[in-house]
Every structure is written in structure tokens, then in C-alpha cells.
Design a binder for this molecule. Structure first.
Ligand code: ATP
Length: 351
């Protein structure tokens, strides 16, 4: 049984359509990430799920029950925002106790629940502090704690890590994932950060133009993007896109490549990820291209090469080789099996 079902949700602000028939299911206890660029409608979707915003039409089911008419509290969801929204004049304890107080819990119950949650989150020593005395990571944990005290079925998280420094961010990210597994609750997490989505999500839904453009396990979307938009949105550095044109029975394209492909399309785009381009031939049927390396950047054990194919086409390659001469044309190799073929509409026609 799906925990959350979003069915044909439409939403406009004035004349501007934001959600144009959104559909997806989220399973009980999973970490679902809604990924999309700025303005794609992620927060709107989350607010509608929470009951903080209304939809124009559509249906939302929690455990197969329609929640359209229910208030945020009645829905049993908890929302965690990027700015934590802690009350500055209250201690951590009082911040966490606040939602329970609003629900008229008895004092003893409040003390017991807050202490239990504080123990789970390892924040017992922070209970007497004020928000100004907390680091960003600690404040984030308190914000989660405040959501946890109500024992919600579903957590809705709107870019909760975006105010944190890069190093603490990855630490809290890992903690969040562990916490979700331990709590075994459904997390719906909104972000525009594809790395965050890839590392956190059991499933990812990519929102684009008011629709869920692709849904799946992170690795499946990475390996089988349905179109050029998704292909370039996931992956850093992004997938190289080579324009190619059919000439007789072969395709010719950027990077001076030539290859055979069973397709009727006159113009196609060949997509190849930076890690799938090699400086030495791997297989007899590899496609050979030419680039002029412009920049070589050591990434640790691997090197990023930015090369030029023609005057204004950049090609990015991730290689384990470190001895790269800049400014001199070199051959590069990749295999059609590892490429994606996009038609003129941008759809992936590999499969
Ligand atoms: N209350 C509102 N009134 C009018 N337009 C709105 C309102 N809220 C959001 N929008 C518009 O709806 C679109 C989607 O906004 P939303 O905040 O859902 O996007 P988002 O994907 O969460 O973006 P971001 O990553 O920048 O937070 C945007 O174009 C935004 O300007």
C-alpha cells in the first residue's frame, strides 16, 4: 500500500500554471526526494501535501484516505524548513515542547516526550540553550526534534540543509539518512541539489515544467535519463552532448566523430558522460573523437580535462590518467553502448 498518492494535481497562481497534472506515489517508510530547479514548484507541492496551500484540482491520499479537506494537524505531517523557524526567545526545550503545548498535552507527557526525542537525536545537552547559542547543524537537529515530538507519519522537508556550510552539510545529510532509516518514517525531501538527491533518495522525482518528468531510483535515472533535460540535470560535470547528422549510412558529429547507428533520425544528439570518455582505446568498436585539452584539473585520484572540439564546444572528461599535455590535439575514445541517443525533440531513443 502506498503511503502517499498524488493524483492529477493542478495549481496556478493567477494565470501562471505551476503544477500541470502532477502524479506520483511514495511508499511507506521511504526517503523520497523531489528534485527540481528553482521555481519548478517543489515548495508548492510540499505546501499542498502539508495542507498549507490549496490545489486547484486533484487528489492527495495518505494511506488510501483522501486528505484534501484535512487541516495540517489532522494530516499527521510535520514540516521542516530551511530557516529552521526556531523561536529565538525560547530555549531548545521550549521550542521542542511548543507543538505539544499547542495540542494541550499534559506537562508530564511533554517532559517525557521531549526528553525521549532529545535522546534519539543526541541533543540532551542542548536543551537549556537558546537558538542563538547553536551552530547551524545543531539548530537543524532541533528543528527536526520539534517535528519529531508530534510523532508524525510523514516528514516534509523543504531544503533543510541549504543554510549549512558544505562540510557540516554532508555530515548532517548522512545523519538525516540514518535517522530516517532508524525512525522508519516517510520522508519527503525537497531540494534543487542533485548530489543531495542522489545520495539521500530511495526514489527521486524530478519536477520540470509543472510535471514529474522522471521518477525512479537515483542510479536508474542516472543511467537511463528519459530526455536531454534529465540527462544534463543529473551528473557533475554534466553529460557531454554532441550534435550529429546522418550522412549516407553513417552519423558525423562534433569532436570529429563518425559512427554507425540503426536510426531513421537525420539529426541526433549523442550524450556521453565525462567518466565514459577515455584517452586510450578500450574496445575495437570504440568511436574515436578529437579534442584539444585546455585545462587539466586534479580532483584527487582522478583528473578533470576540459577540452575543445572546434572553437566553442567544450568536452569534459574524467580520467585516471594524470599526464595530459595541454594545447595539443589528442584522440579520445568512447563506446556507443555507454552513450545516450536523443532525437530532435530531446527524447532518449536508446531503448
Ligand atoms: N504565493 C504565490 N503567489 C504567486 N506565485 C507564486 C506563489 N508561490 C510560488 N509562486 C510561483 O510559483 C512557481 C513555483 O514556486 P515554488 O516556490 O513552488 O518553486 P520551487 O521549486 O520551490 O523553487 P525554489 O527552489 O526557488 O524554492 C514560481 O514561479 C513562483 O514564483
Amino acid at each position: 500500500m502506498a503511503d502517499v498518492k498524488v493524483i492529477d494535481v493542478y495549481k496556478s497562481y493567477g494565470k501562471v500554471p505551476v503544477l500541470k497534472g502532477l502524479n506520483f506515489d511514495i511508499e511507506n517508510g521511504e526517503f523520497f526526494v523531489l528534485l527540481g530547479s528553482s521555481g519548478s514548484g517543489k515548495s508548492t507541492t510540499l505546501n499542498i501535501l502539508a495542507g498549507l496551500d490549496t490545489m486547484d484540482s486533484g487528489k492527495i491520499l495518505f494511506d488510501n484516505n483522501a486528505v484534501n479537506q484535512l487541516s495540517p494537524v489532522e494530516r499527521g505531517v510535520a514540516m521542516v524548513f530551511q530557516n529552521y523557524a526556531l523561536y529565538p526567545h525560547m530555549t531548545v526545550f521550549k521550542n521542542m515542547a511548543f507543538p505539544l503545548k499547542m495540542l494541550n498535552y499534559k506537562k508530564e507527557s511533554i517532559i517525557r516526550i521531549v526528553n525521549e526525542v532529545a535522546k534519539t537525536l543526541d541533543i540532551t545537552t542542548l536543551l537549556d540553550r537558546y537558538p542563538r547559542e547553536l551552530s547551524g547543524g545543531q539548530a537543524q537537529r532541533i528543528a527536526l526534534g520539534r517535528a519529531l515530538v508530534r510523532d508524525p507519519k510523514i516528514f516534509l522537508l523543504d531544503e533543510p540543509l541549504s543554510n549549512l556550510d558544505a562540510n557540516i552539510r554532508s555530515k548532517i545529510r548522512n545523519e538525516l539518512k540514518l535517522m530516517q532509516e532508524e525512525l522508519n518514517r516517510t520522508f519527503i525531501y525537497v531540494t534543487h541539489d542533485q548530489m543531495e538527491a542522489m545520495s539521500l533518495g530511495d526514489h527521486i522525482g524530478i519536477l520540470h515544467n509543472g510535471l514529474l518528468e522522471q521518477y525512479g531510483k537515483p542510479i536508474d535515472i542516472y543511467n537511463n535519463p528519459v530526455n536531454e533535460y534529465i540527462a544534463t540535470f543529473l551528473g557533475d560535470p554534466e553529460m557531454n552532448m554532441l550534435s550529429c547528422r546522418k550522412n549516407g549510412n553513417i552519423y558525423e558529429g562534433e569532436c570529429s566523430i563518425q559512427f554507425k547507428l540503426n536510426s531513421e533520425d537525420k539529426n541526433i544528439t549523442l550524450g556521453v558522460r565525462p567518466e565514459n570518455i577515455y584517452l586510450h582505446k578500450q574496445n575495437d568498436d570504440d568511436i574515436e573523437g578529437k579534442i584539444v585539452p585546455k585545462i587539466s584539473e586534479l580532483l584527487g585520484s582522478r583528473t578533470l580535462i576540459i577540452g575543445m572540439a572546434g572553437s566553442d564546444k567544450e568536452i569534459k572528461i574524467i580520467t585516471e590518467e594524470s599526464d595530459i599535455s595541454i594545447g595539443k590535439e589528442i584522440p579520445v575514445y568512447f563506446n556507443l553502448n555507454k552513450c545516450h541517443v536523443f532525437n530532435e525533440k530531446g527524447d532518449n531513443i536508446n531503448k
